[in-house]
Design a protein around this ligand. Structure first.
Ligand code: PEP
Ligand code: MG
Length: 329
């Protein structure tokens, strides 16, 4: 598959999308760069916070983000603001809750702890002075007022830095669509930002009411559930109708059966763990877009997850792609 490294993710009939890497650690960024990836679609900034025994300060974060942007330049890097809470508690910031996935997590913590959020935003903005490949992504957005508040704090951080004499370019800002309310408010939300990234891990969890880490209900967790596919299709359509790009950055992007349907929905980019990226590229380069669209239309008429997965797998099998691409479920 290495021969695919420098080839575009383009179908035989000329439909192209971007494949980006998910990351959060340096080693991954360097590996991403070496593997010919044309951008980091999701940089999970919290991973760096987990490696420390206290919140990293502005200088430390500025150095970190600058290095990440520099390594990937000129390709885009999407730095996601802190997404702790839920299944990601920080050892030095314990949160005890009965229902952490429905509790204090992601942007909710950032808005309630504006000093913490400001420090991170200032660091990201400072890193962006020399590196215009910066985008900022806000996790767990569930309402317009939450997004307004986050954007207000971002503008405040930018103004502060400008008053301190720094020439801060305005970064591209996006939202994660991973809470069902954001699906239904996408028309309003997307007007306020530059792009959207669909977090299929959480979106699946919240749409299906299945804890993504609970083995007992693991068999119910599947992003090929028709409701999840409908929600994603709707978001892709609405974001593109607003003239903005949309990506999928959850695990689904690296699942060949799911990635095939996402491609057919016309998603602009898929961001995934580096390990599976060349396989997905190989699949995209093997299947005409027109055929994928026909498959999607058929899959969207099916009312259960197993039937959808079977249909997509049968399609891959018929083209001799089944074996190498098949993954569990
Ligand atoms: C997601 O929810 O799909 C996502 C990419 O974010 P995380 O897995 O970090 O919550
Ligand atoms: Mg998420």
């Amino acid at each position: 598959m290495q021969h695919l490294r420098d080839l575009p993710a383009e179908t035989p009939d000329g439909h192209r999308l971007e494949l980006h890497a998910n990351s959060g650690l340096f080693a991954d960024i360097a590996a991403a760069r070496d593997s010919g990836v044309q951008g980091v679609g999701l940089y999970r900034s919290e991973l760096h916070f987990f490696l420390r025994d206290r919140f990293p300060g502005e200088e430390e974060q500025t150095t970190l983000y600058t290095r990440v942007l520099r390594i990937m330049e000129p390709y885009p890097v999407v730095l996601r603001t802190l997404d702790i809470g839920g299944d990601k508690p920080l050892p030095y910031f314990p949160i005890i809750e009965q229902n952490p996935f429905l509790g204090w997590r992601g942007i909710r913590i950032s808005l309630d702890q504006p000093d913490l959020f400001k420090t991170q935003l200032r660091a990201m903005l400072r890193a962006g002075i020399a590196y215009p490949n910066l985008s900022i992504l806000l996790p767990m957005i569930s309402s317009v007022s939450e997004l307004s508040e986050a954007l207000e704090l971002l503008r405040g951080a930018q103004t502060e830095l400008q008053e301190e004499g720094m020439a801060i370019p305005t970064p591209r800002v996006g939202i994660m669509v991973e809470v069902p309310s954001a699906v239904y408010q996408i028309d309003a939300l997307i007007q306020m930002v530059d792009f959207a990234s669909i977090g299929s891990n959480d979106l699946t969890q919240y749409l299906l009411a299945v804890d993504r880490n609970n083995d007992r209900v693991a068999k119910l967790y599947d992003s090929l559930h028709p409701a999840v596919l409908k929600a994603i299709q709707q978001v892709i359509e609405r974001v593109q109708a607003a003239g903005r790009p949309v990506s999928v950055c959850g695990e689904m992007a690296g699942d060949p059966a799911a990635a095939l349907l996402l491609m057919a929905m016309g998603v602009d980019s898929l961001s995934m763990n580096l390990g599976g990226l060349l396989k997905i590229k190989w699949m995209i380069r093997s299947i005409p877009y027109a055929e994928a669209r026909t498959l999607l239309a058929e899959a969207m008429t099916l009312n259960n997850t197993a039937a959808i997965r079977d249909r997509v797998n049968a399609f891959l099998d018929q083209r001799g792609l089944g074996g190498p691409l098949r993954i569990g479920k």
